[in-house]
Design a protein around this ligand. Structure first.
Ligand code: ATP
Length: 389
């Protein structure tokens, strides 16, 4: 990977798509990238596949809180090739944002315990020098947050922040950076971008702030773009524009994209692959079309509704699953989904309560972490349960 410019500043790091305050739950006071989870620090290092731009291996992120250890992410692994889009779905609190902030190296609190491996373009990030991670983050990765105010500094004009994000990584004068920033504001649908360039964030509406943050995230044509609910605050027309823009940037620059959303229309439209999270784990993963048409985990069945279809309406959202998400301090034993699983009561099914189901291949490139979708239980699943759903 090309070494980014050495003229980087922390303000520019902010502008390039990392967070001013991180998330509200991310401590920016310390610069450490976290401490290893006890017992996990001796994982053997396996190099990622050559065709993968981002490889995540056994990522675990826990937080030491006054109430106990919050086990937000418990062993997530995947590969993402350049030019591909991975959709991450799951209920609120399933660990989607913590995973993405972990990939970006944005868990800076000393209370964060992080282990596993994150390889970006062949370079390992977990445990790497924080300055190096910051440089990579500004130049090669960008993140679009749910809350644009977390990325925009209130004291600087929107235009100056976007320009600064560009200048940090390109040896250009202010005029050129300004021209490029105005172009980006225009591309994300900000009206009168020349005038709006001089406005402060509070002078923008919520939707415009979201678009300005997207402009800032995309200005350096990031090779990895993580979009966490990128279009939630926007009306349908602007949503479509933003999704088109993400797609255009991806096509033009072959970026790898991770999209986190509750909106099935967005994943159906953008994602090549889907990763379903529950209780900080990946419970199902595979080509989006397969996961939509033949979901193999009862949780995914629940989320998608009983008749999952790839051609869902744009406004469809993930369906709430009966029962409550697990506590991340006392994650249920065995399969964390078992207290809510309508099929955990099949005869002699103690295994769901005691044995953690591994993520196993159930079809070509399609993985499920459900005892029922594996081995002996495959028959119960395919012959008795699936036909009734
Ligand atoms: N800094 C932190 N300290 C303690 N717990 C945290 C911290 N950050 C996140 N958590 C907890 O980790 C769990 C996963 O949170 P995360 O934000 O990743 O969920 P999510 O799937 O992104 O949800 P949403 O869809 O609502 O954004 C939650 O229980 C959350 O409260």
């Amino acid at each position: 990977m090309t070494e980014p410019s050495k003229t980087e500043s922390s303000k520019a790091d902010t502008a390039a798509g990392s967070s001013r305050t991180g998330s509200s739950r991310t401590d920016t006071a310390a610069e450490a990238t976290g401490v290893a989870v006890p017992g996990q620090e001796h994982q053997p290092h396996q190099p990622p596949p050559e065709d993968s731009f981002l490889s995540v291996r056994d990522l675990r992120i826990h937080f030491d809180t006054d109430d106990g250890l919050v086990k937000s992410v418990n062993g997530v692994s995947f590969d993402l090739r350049a030019g591909r889009t991975l959709g991450i779905v799951g209920e609120s609190g399933s660990g989607k944002s913590v995973t993405s902030l972990g990939i970006m190296g944005l868990h800076r609190s000393e209370r964060a315990r992080i282990s596993g491996q994150v390889w970006l373009g062949g370079e390992e990030l977990i445990g790497a020098d924080p300055d190096r991670v910051r440089r990579l983050r500004g130049r090669h990765m960008a993140m679009i947050f749910q809350d644009p105010l977390s990325a925009l500094h209130p004291y600087y004009t929107v235009g100056s922040q976007i320009s600064e994000a560009y200048r940090v990584h390109h040896d250009v004068d202010k005029k050129t950076a300004r021209k490029r920033s105005v172009e980006m504001l225009d591309r994300v649908g900000i009206p009168e971008p020349h005038q709006r360039f001089r406005d402060y964030p509070h002078q923008f509406s919520g939707g415009m702030r979201q678009r300005a943050m997207i402009a800032m995230a995309l200005i350096n044509n990031p090779e990895l773009l993580i979009a966490d609910e990128p279009t939630t605050a926007l009306d349908v027309t602007v949503q479509a524009q933003i999704l088109d823009l993400i797609r255009d940037i991806q096509k033009e620059f072959g970026s790898a994209v991770i999209i986190i959303t509750h909106d099935l229309g967005v994943v159906a439209e953008l994602a090549d692959d889907l990763l379903v999270m529950y209780g900080g784990r990946c419970v199902e993963r595979g080509p989006a079309e397969k996961v939509f048409s033949e979901p193999r985990h009862p949780y995914t069945w629940g989320l998608l509704g009983s008749m999952p279809r790839i051609d869902r309406d744009q406004t469809d959202r993930l369906v709430p699953v009966k029962g409550s998400p697990p506590s991340m301090i006392n994650v249920p034993s065995g399969c964390a989904f078992h207290p809510r699983c309508p099929y955990a009561d099949v005869p002699e099914d103690d295994v769901t309560r005691t044995v953690l189901p591994e993520l196993r291949q159930v079809d070509d490139g399609h993985y499920s972490a459900c005892h029922m979708a594996q081995g002996e239980r495959e028959r119960i699943w395919t012959e008795e349960i699936a036909p009734k759903l």
